[in-house]
Design a protein around this ligand. Structure first.
Ligand code: ATR
Length: 286
């Protein structure tokens, strides 16, 4: 009698343009090995004009993938072309995680979950606050605003060089969110318990402005979603001024968890060894 058991090997991707600098293959490769799963996860570069065709081939199975991650510049198109976007991705208008179910492409956005999971891990109790300040109003800011709001923070001040962009986000995310020009930064920081940098200020050794964090509440947490360098100039300043700091690497690691679970059926754990694997890679490519 023939053995009817079949071995399914799932293959997942990360796509973007360009994609070669992505650290996601290292993260998922680590978990596949750790959990002894015979699957694969690889970078797959797709140019913007080819993305609709990639989605079609993902849906009909001819691409050979069960799902994957999507990064810049495809996040908006991934949401628009998916068949079953969830509420999180619909509010953001952007998806970073896709998976196939019954010939349909489901979509979500895990950036916000990664952001709060990182704070939960490294600054437990951070959410016992009523006010947060978020610097920046780009794509990354949206997921952070959504996640902080959904955690129940009552007032979220979004401060941006271009105030109109902050206002767009205040309109999108509801009454908890207030938009401000950059000149108002010091004023809105008064007694806030969380400060988040979502801009590229201080990234890759670029200079960053000095910020006086002293208006923040005692014991406030300062975090940066930039993780290269790990301790950004803003985090360094905040630490010197006596505040708790959380670097952005954990957001990258934790945002990967829900996708892995969808594609490979096991919930992976973000551990210190994984963190060190990525830090080592950052040192090599510094
Ligand atoms: P992302 O999707 O990574 O968030 P983005 O959409 O380009 O990228 O947004 C970058 C953010 O960094 C914006 O808030 C941007 O401010 P503007 O909306 O005014 O452009 C902010 N930013 C970038 N460089 C900046 C600088 N030198 N000073 C202040 N803000 C800066």
């Amino acid at each position: 009698m023939r053995d009817s058991r079949e071995t399914f090997v799932n293959h997942a991707f990360v796509t973007g343009y360009p994609i070669k600098h992505s650290r996601s293959p290292l993260i998922h490769g680590y978990w596949l090995k750790q959990l002894g799963i015979a699957g694969s996860y690889r970078a797959h570069e797709v140019a913007p004009e080819a993305f609709p065709d990639f989605m079609r081939r993902l849906r009909d199975g001819s691409a050979g993938f069960c799902g994957g991650n999507v990064t810049i510049p495809h996040k908006e198109m991934a949401f628009e072309l998916s068949d079953r976007p969830d509420e999180l991705s619909a509010e953001l208008g952007a998806a970073n995680t896709l998976w196939l179910e019954d010939g349909r492409i489901s979509a979500t956005n895990t950036d916000g979950r990664g952001f709060v999971a990182n704070l939960d891990e490294r600054a437990s109790g951070w959410d016992r606050i009523s006010t947060a300040v978020i610097l920046g109003a780009g794509g990354a800011s949206r997921a952070v605003i959504q996640a902080v709001r959904d955690r129940g923070v009552r007032t979220i001040h979004v401060v941006n060089r271009t105030t109109a962009r902050a206002q767009e986000l205040a309109d999108r995310f509801g009454e908890a969110v207030e938009a401000h020009p950059i000149e108002a930064l010091s004023e809105v920081m008064a007694d806030a318990g969380l400060f988040v940098n979502t801009t590229s200020l201080g990234m890759d050794g670029e200079p960053a402005p000095s910020i006086d964090f002293s208006p923040l509440a005692t014991g406030a947490v300062v975090t940066d979603i930039v993780y290269v360098p790990l301790k950004t100039p803003l985090l360094r300043q905040a630490e010197e001024q006596g505040f708790r700091i959380v670097d952005g690497l954990g957001m990258l690691l934790h945002q990967a968890v829900p996708g892995f679970e969808k594609w490979f059926g096991r919930r992976p754990v973000v551990d210190e060894t994984l963190r060190q694997v990525i830090i080592k890679d950052m040192d090599v490519h510094a």
